[in-house]
Design a protein around this ligand. Structure first.
Ligand SMILES: [Cu+2]
Length: 502
C-alpha cells in the first residue's frame, strides 16, 4: 500500500512539473508533440499499474486485518484412539485424505489431513510400548509419513525410501525406546514434501515415560496441556492456498495459523498451562514472546525434558524444532488478555478466565541428561550448508536418491561440525538442520557454549548464516537415514544427504 502511494505521488509531481513547463515555455510543435507523447506514456503506465495492482489484490488476500475480526477458538487436535486393548501394544490407524477447511467465513480451502480436513490427530505413546502404525494413503498421489525425532530403524523412519503409493497402505512397527518428548510426523516424499505439509499434513507424536508421568507437570490433554502447531499460510481471494515458491529462502505466508486456525484465541483459567510448540512452517522462524513481556518457562526441547525449567521472555524456534513451555496464568486477573507474538505479529490470544485450584507443579528438576562423551567420538564430520533459494547444497552436492553420502557403524558416536557460510547476496538467513532417527546434543555455537535451552536432546538445530555449530550424535539404529535442512523448499531443492548405519 505504501509503495502504491509513493508511486502515485511521484507521478503526480512529474505531471505538475510537465504542466508548468508547458505553460512557461514558448514551444515549437516538435517539443509539444514530444511532451504529449511523454504524458501519454505516463498515463498508460499509471493505468497499467492500477490495472495490475487491482488484479493482484483480487488474486491474493494480503491484508492481515480482514476477515479475522471474529477470531476462531484454538482447534484442539483429537487424541488418536489406540485400537489395541493390550497395554504394551498399540495399533494406530491414519488415513491420509483431502478435505475442506474454513480459515475464513464462507470461504472453503482445499486442504489435506490425517483422519481430518487439516493437520492430524495427536498420537500418545509410552516408552516400552510396541507400536503398530497403519497408514492408508487416500490421496491421488504418493506420500510418506516420517516420524520426526523418533529413534527407529531406517525402514520404519518414513523417509523418501518408504513411499506410500496412492491407494496403498504402510504398516511399520517399532518399539518406543527414548525419553518422554513431543515429536511430530509429516510427509517426506521426494518432490512433494513441501506442498503436502503446506496443504496440511502434520501431526503430533507424544511420548510419555515413567519420569514424565511422575513429575506432576500439567499433562491433562486439552485442559492444561495443549499442542500449538504454528505455521504460516497465504491465500488467494477464493480461499484457496497460495503456495508461492519464488521467495529467496522458502515459502512464507501472510497469516500465522495455530492448529489450523488464523491467530486463534484460547480461554485459560488462572493456572499453569503447558504448551507443546511445534514450528510446522515450511520456512519461517518464529520469535515468540508475550505481549506484556512476562516470562515463561521452557521445560523441554525436541527430544525431551530439559534438566530444569529455564525462565525466559523470548523463544526462538526454527522449522522442525519443538519446545514445551509453561505459562503461569495465576499471575493474571479474570478478563485479562495476553497475546503471544512472533516479532510484531500476533500468533494467538489467551483470554484469562477463572481462578481455580492448580494441582500441577513445576519442579526444579525435570530430568537427568547424560552428556555424550566427546572422547568416545570416532569421527569428525564436516557439513557445509551452502547457497540460497533453489541453489542449495550440502558439502557442494545436491541430494541424490541413489547416492549414499556416508557410512556409519551402529552405536558409533560422531561429532558433526555444521556451518552455514554467510551469503554474499540478500537472503541466506540460516538453516534448521535435522538428522533422522536419532537425538543429538549441541556442543558449541561458534566455539561458545550453547544457550541453556539448547542443552537438552535435539534433532533439529538452527545454524545461522555465518555460524558453525558442533553437535555430538550417536546412531543406535540400522538403516538409511536422511539429514537435511528443514526449510522444506531447501530440502526439496537438494539440501539433503543420506547415511547408512551398518
Ligand atoms: Cu536451508
Amino acid at each position: 500500500m505504501k509503495m502504491k502511494q509513493i508511486m502515485i505521488l511521484v507521478l503526480l509531481i512529474a505531471l505538475m512539473k510537465m504542466d508548468y513547463k508547458l505553460k512557461n515555455w514558448r514551444l515549437t510543435m516538435n517539443k509539444k508533440g514530444l511532451i504529449i507523447i511523454i504524458l501519454a506514456i505516463i498515463s498508460f503506465a499509471l493505468l497499467g499499474y492500477y490495472f495490475i495492482s487491482n488484479i493482484m489484490n483480487r488474486m491474493f488476500i494480503n491484508d492481515p486485518n480482514i476477515n479475522v475480526s471474529e477470531l476462531q477458538k484454538l482447534p484442539i487436535p483429537a487424541l488418536l484412539e489406540d485400537e489395541n486393548p493390550d497395554e504394551n501394544i498399540s495399533d494406530f490407524y491414519l488415513n491420509v485424505q483431502q478435505g475442506k477447511t474454513y480459515f475464513f467465513k464462507e470461504l472453503a480451502t482445499t486442504t489435506l489431513g490425517y483422519n481430518s480436513n487439516f493437520l492430524g490427530p495427536v498420537i500418545k505413546v509410552k516408552r516400552g510400548q510396541l507400536v503398530n502404525m497403519h497408514v492408508q494413503n487416500d490421496l491421488a498421489v504418493s506420500t510418506s509419513v516420517h516420524w520426526h525425532g523418533l529413534e527407529v530403524p531406517g525402514e520404519q523412519d518414513g523417509g523418501p525410501h518408504q513411499k506410500i503409493l496412492a491407494g496403498s497402505t504402510w504398516n511399520p512397527s517399532f518399539m518406543i525406546d527414548q525419553p518422554a518428548s513431543t515429536l511430530w510426523f509429516h510427509p517426506h516424499v521426494m518432490g512433494t514434501t513441501a506442498t503436502q505439509v503446506y496443504y496440511g499434513l502434520a501431526g503430533l507424536l507424544i511420548i510419555e515415560d515413567e519420569n514424565s508421568l511422575a513429575l506432576n507437570l500439567p499433562n491433562e490433554y486439552g485442559v492444561n496441556d495443549f499442542p500449538l502447531i504454528i505455521q504460516d499460510r497465504s491465500f488467494k481471494s477464493d480461499g484457496s492456498f497460495l503456495y508461492n515458491d519464488t521467495m529467496m529462502d522458502g515459502v512464507v505466508g501472510d497469516y500465522i495459523i495455530v492448529n489450523g486456525a488464523i491467530t486463534p484465541y484460547l480461554d485459560v483459567n488462572q493456572v499453569k498451562m503447558r504448551f507443546r510448540i511445534v514450528n510446522g512452517a515450511n520456512a519461517s522462524n518464529f520469535n515468540l514472546k508475550l505481549s506484556n513481556n512476562n516470562s515463561f518457562f521452557q521445560i523441554a526441547s525436541d527430544g525431551g525434558l530439559l534438566e530444569s525449567p529455564i525462565e525466559m521472555t523470548r523463544l526462538f524456534i526454527s522449522p522442525g524444532e519443538r519446545a514445551e513451555i509453561i505459562i503461569d496464568f495465576s499471575k493474571y486477573q479474570s478478563n485479562d488478555k495476553v497475546v503471544l507474538l512472533s516479532g510484531g505479529q500476533v500468533v494467538m490470544t489467551f483470554n484469562i478466565k477463572d481462578k481455580v485450584q492448580d494441582l500441577s507443579e513445576l519442579p526444579t528438576t525435570l530430568s537427568i541428561i547424560e552428556r555424550l562423551d566427546v572422547n568416545q567420538a570416532t569421527a569428525l564430520k564436516t557439513i557445509r550448508l551452502d547457497g540460497m533459494g533453489h541453489m542449495v547444497t550440502i558439502n557442494g552436492k545436491q541430494f541424490d536418491m541413489d547416492r549414499i553420502d556416508d557410512n556409519v557403524n551402529q552405536y558409533d558416536t560422531q561429532i558433526w561440525e555444521i556451518s552455514a557460510p554467510r551469503q554474499m547476496m540478500m537472503g541466506g538467513e540460516g538453516h534448521p538442520f535435522h538428522i533422522h532417527g536419532t537425538q543429538f546434543q549441541i556442543l558449541s555455537r561458534n566455539g561458545r557454549e550453547p544457550n541453556a535451552n539448547e542443552m537438552g536432546w535435539k534433532d533439529t538445530v538452527f545454524v545461522n548464516s555465518g555460524e558453525t555449530v558442533r553437535i555430538i550424535v550417536q546412531f543406535k539404529h540400522k538403516g538409511i537415514f536422511m539429514y537435511h535442512c528443514h526449510i522444506l523448499e531447501h530440502e526439496e531443492a537438494g539440501m539433503m544427504g543420506q547415511l547408512i548405519v551398518n
